[in-house]
Design a protein around this ligand. Structure first.
Ligand code: GRF
Length: 189
């Protein structure tokens, strides 16, 4: 199963996926494309070091979302991608990609959806004072973090946690859960 990862920032989840593939923990899967909408995103350097093919673009170079999503759709087709994984892609996916990729596009979100959708989910959970939050992998639809849930894992908020330690725990769980979700998708194909 050939996957593309869409990311806009750090790329720690892309690296976790790639590490799992290299360690043979994620089997029957290859990471064949990074799609990134920020030239200066740290993930860009990381994929270059690992010789992962990429498509890096500047949204402002295109007239609208439809135009850049049409190019992305062509890149996905050329790379024969089977599954698209959004891992920190800071943009709502539009109709061009949704129509073609419905049911084959998943997103990683750092909360137990439907709680705390949108930006700063960890901060939202922290400020609300919940005793438990978590990580969700869900199918992508037109809404913000609203698609059907594929896999979830809980993370407890302990009395000695700070917002930073909670974020670290959540990111560690993400690095486990996302490769697991990809493997599950591959097994169910
Ligand atoms: C993750 O916390 C993910 O849940 C959210 O964006 C973050 C991406 O982190 N959607 P990274 O770029 O993979 O390090």
């Amino acid at each position: 199963m050939r996957i593309a990862v869409f990311a806009s920032g750090r790329g720690s989840n892309l690296l976790a996926i790639h590490d799992a593939i290299l360690a043979d923990e994620l089997q029957g899967v290859s990471l064949d494309l990074l799609v990134c909408d920020r030239l200066e995103a740290p993930v860009v350097e990381e994929v270059k070091k690992r010789y992962i093919p990429d498509f890096i673009f500047r949204p402002q170079d295109f007239p609208d979302k439809k135009a850049f999503e049409t190019v992305i759709a062509e890149k996905l087709k050329t790379a024969a991608i089977d599954l698209v994984v959004l891992a920190g892609y800071m943009r709502l996916v539009g109709s061009v990609l949704l129509e073609k990729w419905e049911g084959r596009m998943i997103n990683l979100h750092p909360s137990l959806l439907p709680l705390f959708p949108g930006k700063d989910a960890i901060g939202q959970a922290w400020r609300t004072g919940v005793k438990e939050t978590g990580v969700t992998v869900h199918f992508v639809d037109a809404g913000m973090d609203t698609g059907n849930i594929f896999l979830q894992r809980k993370v407890s908020v302990d009395p000695d946690d700070t917002e930073e330690s909670l974020a670290e725990k959540i990111h560690n769980v993400e690095h486990q859960l996302l490769p697991e979700a990809i493997q599950k998708f591959q097994q169910e194909l």
